[in-house]
Ligand binder design. Structure first.
Ligand code: 4AD
Ligand code: MG
Length: 502
């Protein structure tokens, strides 16, 4: 809007009179002064209305303003270190554009389920705003990384006639009476583009019918996939390493305040430097069966047991306090909100208490040949302070297109990149099988019908070269960088099994 300035630009307007267009985030009113905290999407600004300095009508309007009412507020800007954002506006004019009543998300804590049902409004709050800002930076850093290094963007189809990553997670749609699937990956198409243009990438939504309700799985997520002609596994690891470092550096540069707001351990992110750890799958399997993994989980079990007892005692105490005679209403409300939070944490801790022994068992009895499970990845990643590349998985547990390793033909030339702090896999990639006969043999082992893949096989018939690439999941990356428990908060409108509203 003409004549309106953004809160993020206030540093350019100290001493001037400006107008902000925004919404009331929060307010505090006394008999002489009203403090209106206004948000405009670029930041928060405290706007001060002095009763002595404005008309009685204006003060009355300010004092009665409700949360999330939209408004135009005019006044002079001064720097104030104590104010959120560092600047304050001394109000001389106020126009209410839309008066809101009963905004559902109040400053008191709400349960996570309630917040997700109100996601269309919750997006306005500070925590989602900080996360969405980090997501924006991550995506921008990704595009810049590839564009600056001569990769060409090639958009791959979302309607896919055949599976790219295993038939169990395909979403089927009706395509004019024919079955069709939503893309699980752009990779196969991208291989064609890599043999055409050398270095390419695609970036789009990806669909997987994940029936498991985990912290790491969405049914719709965004994936960026580079694919490189003439690249071998070792080359891919180097690209992936530079790629992750550059994303983290950009977020550290542009979103420090957001990370601080989210309570992220910033020093841990600053440690994300080359070289990353490199383990083969066989070495990872040794670690899982070894004493380090067992000690880690035993320690967890002891800590979680203590925490559960602590939470139970605290909830019990607060319940009693809440219903005690003579407790003020606002104290009751605060206690109720705290109890809600603690109950949520307790449910979480109790779930972990039932899971940890299972995870110990899985790790201790880990057999060569099995894919690493979520809990196995968590163990490996928690034992390292920088990302870990796990390479050379058994071919039986990996996709048909991965190149067989000649030195150890039981394995393929693939890798997963595990983020530290227990976040687990954020990248999956591999060198591709570029030999027609080897690929056909593998497809036969998997009982795959070759007809829908004839075009893909052509890439091995006409000018085949070593090539490969990887896919990075945006939501898992943002969850790790922000230090979130669950990836559902990293996308504006998450799609999970059992959650599609709004
Ligand atoms: O390991 P994935 O399945 O690899 C591929 O799709 C390859 N075609 C990529 C390639 O080589 N071009 O998936 C890659 C990444 C995972 O590491 C993870 O970050 C993310 O995609 N991902 C998911 N993220 C959220 N929800 C899910 N259900 C995900 N499945 C995979
Ligand atoms: Mg994977």
């Amino acid at each position: 809007m003409k004549g309106v300035v953004f809160i993020r630009d206030l540093h350019q307007h100290v001493g001037q009179t400006v107008t902000l267009a925004g919404w009331l985030y929060n307010s505090r009113v006394s008999s002489k002064v009203a403090f209106l905290v206004v948000r405009d999407g670029t930041g928060l600004c405290q706007c001060v209305v002095d009763k002595a300095g404005v008309s009685p009508e204006l003060f009355e309007t300010a004092a009665r303003l409700t949360q999330e009412s939209s408004l135009l507020v005019t006044g002079s800007i001064r720097a104030d270190e104590r104010a959120p954002g560092g600047y304050e506006l001394q109000v001389s004019g106020l126009e209410v554009v839309h008066r809101t009543s009963d905004y559902p998300i109040t400053p008191k804590p709400h349960g996570i389920d309630f917040l997700f049902k109100h996601r269309h409004l919750w997006l306005r709050s500070r925590r989602p705003t900080a996360i969405m800002r980090v997501r924006h930076t991550v995506i921008d850093a990704i595009r810049r990384f590839f564009n600056d290094r001569g990769f060409m963007l090639v958009d791959t189809p979302i309607f896919a006639p055949s599976a790219g990553e295993g038939a169990q997670t395909l979403f089927e749609v009706d395509y004019f009476g024919e079955p069709m699937y939503l893309a699980q990956t752009g990779q196969l198409y991208l291989e064609s583009a890599a043999l055409a243009y050398g270095k390419v990438y695609c970036f789009g939504p990806t669909f997987r019918a994940e029936k498991s309700k985990t912290r790491r799985h969405l049914t719709e997520f965004w994936m960026v996939e580079p694919e490189i002609a003439w690249a071998r596994l070792e080359d891919l690891l180097e690209v992936a390493e530079d790629f992750i470092v550059s994303i983290v550096q950009r977020v550290l540069r542009d979103n420090r305040a957001d990370l601080e707001f989210l309570g992220r351990d910033i020093a841990a992110l600053e440690r994300i430097q080359k070289p990353f750890y490199r383990l083969t799958y066989s070495q990872a399997a040794e670690i899982l069966r070894g004493p380090q993994a067992r000690e880690l989980l035993e320690k967890d079990l002891a800590e979680k047991t203590a925490r559960a007892a602590e939470l139970k005692a605290s909830i019990e105490r607060k319940e009693k306090e809440r219903v005690a005679p003579g407790v003020k209403k606002h104290v009751q409300e605060r206690l109720a909100a705290e109890i809600l939070d603690e109950r949520e944490e307790l449910a979480d801790v109790e779930e972990q208490l039932t899971n940890i022994p299972k995870h110990m068992e899985l790790a201790a009895n880990f057999e060569w040949g099995k894919d690493l499970g979520g809990s196995d990845e968590t163990i490996i990643s928690r034992l390292h302070d920088r990302p870990v590349f796990v390479t050379h998985y058994p071919r039986g547990c990996k996709a048909f297109y991965m190149k067989r390793d000649h030195e150890d033909p039981r394995t393929v030339r693939n890798f997963d990149c595990l983020a530290p702090d227990g976040y687990g896999e954020i990248i999956g990639g591999s060198q591709r099988e570029d030999d027609l006969d080897a690929l056909l043999e593998r497809m036969a082992e998997e009982n795959m019908v070759t007809k829908p893949y004839e075009w893909y096989l052509d890439l091995r018939r006409y000018g085949s070269v070593p090539h490969g690439g990887f896919g990075l999941g945006i939501e898992r990356t943002v969850a790790w960088i922000c230090g979130l428990k669950h990836i559902r908060e990293t996308i504006a409108f998450p799609r999970l099994m059992g959650r599609v509203y709004p």
